[in-house]
Write a new protein. Structure first.
Length: 255
């Protein structure tokens, strides 16, 4: 399978639910089997500011887009040792039932029928992979989202040729293989998994810098213990990180 296809299959479209539980915005994430739990990983800046969020499962002809509404989202706060005020990291996650299996679909634009579909890939990871200088990385997401009478549509964006440059305080920096085209070309990719050619998960896209042709990602290996703590499968987290939960409606399927 081509690198681009592997990236697409591991990126999960997320949809913000507006009036009448209709999708009116989007972001990206990934589903990961981590220490015996299935968890949705995404970035906080996409899902924190209002609205309920759902995983796009797939399009059902004659019915519309099938969505699975995410329940309570977890966020992570980092504290200085001995300090009382923390910084909320750009990371969000939530446990997801194993029966939720989103699809990659090829729709006929004329008839609206599904020409081909396959399950998206659930990433198996210990969240311990650290980016390596010289390795190639990439990500995929849906951008330029627009509403039509049937569903929220978008254009596929696949980015390959990323090279790790250095680790910063709370994120890693990668260099694009071409000039940065502008932030509007990436709206919708926030939260997309950053993977190497062997499909190892190293981070989630959080932003970029046009002047230096850079893409930034939150390093999952650095905060995996905080995620495990929030999921109830670890007793303590290093880096003085603490999870907290934003309560939202219970998980459920919506069509």
């Amino acid at each position: 399978m081509l690198f681009e296809s592997r990236l697409l299959a591991r990126s999960i479209p997320l949809r913000r639910l507006g009036a009448g539980h209709q999708a009116d915005g989007g972001s990206s994430g990934c589903l990961v089997d981590f220490r015996g739990r299935r968890v949705l990983l995404t970035v906080a800046h996409s899902v924190r500011n209002g609205g309920n969020w759902a995983i796009e499962v797939g399009y059902v002809p004659g019915m519309g887009t099938k969505l699975f509404q995410i329940g309570a989202l977890n966020f992570v706060v980092q504290f200085r040792v001995g300090g009382s005020h923390g910084t909320t990291l750009d990371l969000a996650y939530a446990p997801v039932p194993r029966h939720v299996r989103p699809l990659v679909q090829d729709l006929d634009p004329r008839t609206g029928l599904v020409r081909h579909e396959r399950p998206r890939i659930i990433i198996r990871s210990k969240l311990d992979q650290i980016p390596r200088p010289g390795a190639e990385y990439g990500f995929a997401g849906y951008v330029k989202l627009r509403k039509n009478p049937v569903e929220l549509m978008g254009e596929l964006k696949v980015e390959t040729g990323l090279r790790f440059e250095r680790s910063l305080k709370t994120k890693d920096r990668y260099r694009l293989s071409h000039p940065h085209p502008g932030h509007s070309d990436y709206y919708g990719c926030s939260g997309a998994p950053v993977l190497d050619r062997a499909s190892h998960l190293v981070g989630l896209v959080v932003g970029g810098h046009q002047g230096s042709d850079a893409i930034y990602a939150i390093p999952l290996a650095k905060y995996r213990s905080a995620i495990a703590l929030g999921l109830g499968i670890a007793r303590q987290a290093p880096e003085a990180c603490r999870p907290f939960v934003r309560r939202s409606p219970s998980s459920r399927r919506i069509v």
